[in-house]
Design a protein. Structure first.
Length: 144
């Protein structure tokens, strides 16, 4: 059953519900959450999206009014949305060669719209979380 069908707008999931739904991807999920919270001293906000591209409950991380990332639970994995805005494009493109081939290809295929490149990164293995953390660090410098 789809995430947004299990947990509709009137039924907010618990963190345990999210971990169970993600299943085998949960250790990577927990590691990324821990890394973001430690680096930026922030807590996520549970949010419900009606967006047709990725509807349902998600976790949003913000720091000083700036979006760090949004995480979408999927069955067996999760998606990390990081927006590369106009201010970050130059630095991201300078560092692009250090990212996984998957993120490099995704960046190349994602067009600039609505003020940035909206990278919907499927996190199915641990190597990709380093890319997400690097993209976030370009947007907002970590505290630690």
């Amino acid at each position: 059953m789809k995430w947004n069908e299990q947990f509709n707008i009137n039924r907010e999931p618990s963190y345990e519900d999210i971990k169970q739904y993600i299943g085998e991807g949960e250790p990577i999920w927990s590691e990324l959450l821990s890394n973001i919270e430690n680096a930026y001293q922030v807590q996520p906000k549970m949010s419900y999206s009606k967006c047709s591209a990725q509807p349902g409950w998600n976790l949003k991380y913000r720091k000083s009014g700036k979006s760090l990332c949004t995480l979408y639970p999927m069955e067996g994995f999760f998606i990390g949305l990081v927006v590369v805005g106009a201010k970050e494009v130059e630095q991201v493109e300078m560092e692009l060669g250090t990212f996984t081939p998957y993120v490099q290809e995704l960046y190349g295929k994602t067009s600039f719209s609505c003020g940035g490149r909206w990278l919907m990164i499927e996190v199915k293995d641990k190597s990709v979380i380093n890319d997400i953390q690097s993209l976030i660090a370009i947007r907002v410098k970590p505290k630690r």
